[in-house]
Design a protein around this ligand. Sequence first.
Ligand SMILES: C[S@@+](CC[C@H](N)C(=O)[O-])C[C@H]1O[C@@H](n2cnc3c(N)ncnc32)[C@H](O)[C@@H]1O
Length: 368
Amino acid sequence: MPLNDDELDKWIYKKHTEIKHEILSKYLGTWIRILGSRYKAVNYFDCFAGRGEYAEGEKGSPIIALDTAKIVKEDFSYLDKINCYFVEKNKNNYENLVKKIADNMEEHKDDYEGMISTQIINDEFINIAPDFTQISSSTPSFFFIDPFGWSGIPFKAIKDILKVKRTEVFLNFMVRDMNRFLTNSNHKISIDDFFGIENVEEIIKNRDSEWAGEYALLELYKKQLLEDAKVNYVLSYKVCADETSQTTYYLIHATNHPMGCEVMKNIMYKAGTEGRFGYLGPQNGQMNLMRYSDSSEFQNYLFEKFGGRKLSYQQIRYETLTETKFIQKDYKEALLELERKGKVIITGKGTRGGFKDKKAIINFICSS
Ligand SMILES: C[S@@+](CC[C@H](N)C(=O)[O-])C[C@H]1O[C@@H](n2cnc3c(N)ncnc32)[C@H](O)[C@@H]1O
């Protein structure tokens, strides 16, 4: 018998949950700071908010988001308002969440005063999604979508959210369970609905690739985001169950802004198993991993891609954000190496050799 969503056995805090929260809190902190400096107010929508705490009292995502907002607010006086919306379907979880948020607000009353507002809704995401989409049209908005499964998250709702300017989605895709139930006709409607296409099972079965089913599902969802929802940047982060190192879910980040994508890329790079864009279980997590491919391979890639072009340091990174697993420091190292080899000419470096985003200009010598 599957457990109910409010049974405490479902709320054991695992290492991979901690990593999910770490990514959420780091990204949210930077996102609030950057967007808040321009637009003064931001919205945070926690659409599968949970009970506010885990079995042993560990903080749930709503409290983590409030803590993050509080810290950013203390450091950045220009922020006017952080509006937090929490949706939870299960009555018991909702009641616990209301209590946890009330305790938290009471504890930090002075910090929150007039600055952080909260609204807690006992409903299903799908019922409330149109209102949230409407609210987000006037204020930059971040949507955290963290279900136990995949039903009740139609692709249409995600697409509508992402159509609005300055919205971002951070979604937990429960790929292992979906793969397990892919051929079960009871799940056909909810799976097709999740992707916004018919016959997902057939598409995955007929794929022309040796990918494992889970990975094929991930790629199909990314394709939907990029081609149907027309999002500019999509990143994914692989999360394995602690015990088995089998993929449990993917965290997916979708944004239209290159800066948002790059910030998330840096955070995902460092979280869990460094450089692997994933938490690959406790044993892998403890390994001191070497780089997974050497720098000369990356240099060749850059040289072939940009041969004959002249671009800023930022343009080079932004044009390749979701194509490479490399982060800023790797780009700098590779470009300096290409300079040593006489394959690029770099102008506009800082006095100490630093690369400013738009000032450092890299001229790739034509490869032929
Ligand atoms: C994985 S838990 C959320 C954990 C939470 N985000 C955290 O990190 O602390 C998923 C939650 O979504 C709730 N839920 C299930 N179906 C829902 C729906 N259709 N709309 C909103 N909440 C739902 C469940 O009761 C459960 O509390």
